[in-house]
Design a protein around this ligand. Structure first.
Ligand SMILES: CC(C)(COP(=O)(O)OP(=O)(O)OC[C@H]1O[C@@H](n2cnc3c(N)ncnc32)[C@H](O)[C@@H]1OP(=O)(O)O)[C@@H](O)C(=O)NCCC(=O)NCCS
Length: 226
């Protein structure tokens, strides 16, 4: 894993992920968050978390890309395409894209992680793992040895990704999903919460698990058994 840069940062977005990113970068990285930026059409407040918010079309007048990096903090809308498109725009404006890897995750020195990635706490990432650009890994997942995650993916909390799995670009892995070893998820695979995937997938497919049904037994009756 490359050493983390200490260049100051502008965060694209002001939503939950942007605010979390600000908190994590501030408390667990050498970077200082200087400001937020949003598209002018989304401009509502000129402050967020006590920091200035600027319209994206003018952000470089105060926070020039020669001095500031950017992190695009958008979620998984349109299978991560919204975030991917904004990364392209930020780069075309000259910004380098920042990556964060929590010091509270377990990683090894050979980890390869691209730009605009955000890896939160409690993940276990084993040796021989390659993570592309613009990948968000929420908390508490296992990314086993020899896993390859392509660009623009979102992995929600507590996924189990077994050894030698390949995850195609723009995929979404829902909370508590389990992937058996040596399979490949094709591009834009969507795994719903709790999915169990044991074979490789085709592009644009979704794997959904049936939700638990209401059991017809009152909860207080079950509690009395505990
Ligand atoms: C699978 C999932 C993505 C569906 O979410 P959704 O978009 O709100 O789904 P909706 O309830 O609007 O359903 C969309 C369609 O899929 C179908 N569908 C949803 N869940 C289904 C299931 N488990 N099995 C079969 N069909 C299902 C619906 O019937 C609906 O079909 P229709 O359009 O013909 O009526 C969602 O349940 C899920 O698992 N999300 C991941 C949660 C997660 O990891 N969050 C972490 C964020 S950090």
């Amino acid at each position: 894993m490359n050493g983390q840069s200490d260049r100051p940062l502008v965060i694209f977005g002001v939503g939950e992920l942007a605010q979390l990113a600000c908190y994590y970068f501030t408390h667990d990285s050498p970077r200082r968050v200087a400001a937020f930026t949003v598209d002018r059409t989304h401009f509502r407040e000129n402050q967020c978390m006590g920091l200035p918010v600027l319209a994206f079309d003018e952000v470089d007048t105060r926070y020039a890309p020669e001095e500031y990096d950017m992190f695009v903090a958008l979620g998984y809308t349109r299978l991560n395409r919204a975030r991917a498109e904004k990364c392209v725009e930020a780069k075309s404006r000259g910004y380098r894209l920042a990556t964060y890897v929590s010091s509270r995750s377990v990683t090894w020195p050979d980890l390869i992680v691209g730009e605009n990635c955000f890896i939160m706490e409690g993940n276990v990432i084993q040796p021989f793992v390659r993570i592309g650009n613009n990948v968000i890994i929420w908390c508490g997942s296992l990314v086993s040895h020899h896993v390859e995650i392509d660009d623009h993916c979102f992995i929600a909390a507590h996924a189990v990704i077994s050894g030698h799995v390949k995850i195609g670009a723009h995929s979404f892995i829902g909370v508590n999903a389990t992937l058996r070893d040596k399979i490949t998820l094709a591009e834009r695979t969507l795994l719903g919460a709790g999915a169990l995937v044991t074979a490789s997938t085709d592009e644009n497919t979704a794997y959904l698990t049936a939700p638990s049904q209401e059991a017809g037994v009152p909860s207080h009756r079950l509690q009395s058994l505990l």
